[in-house]
Design a protein around this ligand. Structure first.
Ligand code: FNR
Length: 183
C-alpha cells in the first residue's frame, strides 16, 4: 500500500531555498511513497477562541484532516532568529489542537534545516525537534540534516549540484528506513 508523506516547508517565499530543496527531496522517494506538499501559508493565525466558540476556520479543519491522513511528515525549514518561522509554528499549533486531538501524534518525522548562513539553521532544527517531541512525532535522530551556506550547493543555473543530491538521497533513504522500522 502506498504510504503518504507530508512535505512541510517553513517558508512561503516564492524563491525559497527551502522549497527548492524540498522539491528535490520529494522527487527522491521510492515509488511506494506518495509525497504531498501540505501548504501552511494560508492558515489563519491560531486563536483558541475559534475552536471554543464553534467558529473553527475551514482552512484549519481541512489542514487537520490532511495531516491526520498522512503516514509521515518531513519538515524542510529555514531559521528565523534562531528558531522556526512563525508560519510553521502556527501550522504545528493548529494541528495540535483542540486539546486531545493532536493529529501529529505517532507519525514518523524528519527535519531538514536550510540556511544561506554557515550555522545551517541549527537553532530552528533543534527548536523544531523539541516541539515535535512534545507533539509525539517520532523524529529521525540520524543522520541530522543541516543544509548551510546553501549557495555553495547550487550551480550557476541555480540547480542543486550532483553531490548535494547524493546527500539528499541519503537523507531520504535514511528516513524511509526509519519510517519502515516504525511501521
Ligand atoms: C532570517 N534569516 C536567518 N538565517 C539564519 O541562518 N538564522 C537566523 O536566525 C535567521 N533569521 C532570520 C530572520 C528573519 C525574520 C528573516 C526574514 C530571515 C535568513 C534566512 O535564512 C534567509 O532569508 C533564507 O533565505 C530564508 O529561507 P527561504 O525562504 O529561502 O527558504
Amino acid at each position: 500500500m502506498t504510504k503518504k508523506i507530508g512535505m512541510i516547508v517553513g517558508s512561503t517565499r516564492k524563491a525559497s531555498f527551502s522549497k527548492k530543496f524540498a522539491d528535490k527531496l520529494a522527487s527522491l522517494f521510492p515509488e511506494e511513497f506518495e509525497v504531498v506538499f501540505s501548504e501552511i501559508g494560508h492558515l489563519e493565525m491560531f486563536d483558541q477562541d475559534y475552536d471554543d466558540e464553534g467558529t473553527t476556520p475551514a482552512s484549519w479543519q481541512a489542514f487537520r484532516q490532511e495531516i491526520k491522513e498522512l503516514d509521515g511528515v518531513m519538515f524542510v525549514t529555514p531559521e528565523y532568529n534562531r528558531s522556526v518561522p512563525p508560519v510553521l509554528k502556527n501550522a504545528l499549533d493548529i494541528a495540535s489542537r483542540p486539546y486531545g486531538e493532536n493529529v501529529w501524534s505517532d507519525k514518523a518525522g524528519a527535519i531538514v534545516s536550510v540556511s544561506p548562513g554557515a550555522i545551517s539553521g541549527f537553532g530552528a532544527n533543534h527548536h523544531l525537534r523539541q516541539i515535535l517531541s512534545f507533539l509525539n512525532v517520532h523524529t529521525m535522530a540520524q543522520p541530522e540534516a543541516y543544509l548551510g551556506s546553501v549557495l555553495n550547493f547550487l550551480d550557476d543555473e541555480g540547480e542543486i549540484k550532483a553531490d548535494t543530491v547524493e546527500f539528499l538521497q541519503v537523507i531520504v533513504d535514511s528516513y524511509v528506513a526509519w519510517f519502515n522500522r516504525l511501521a
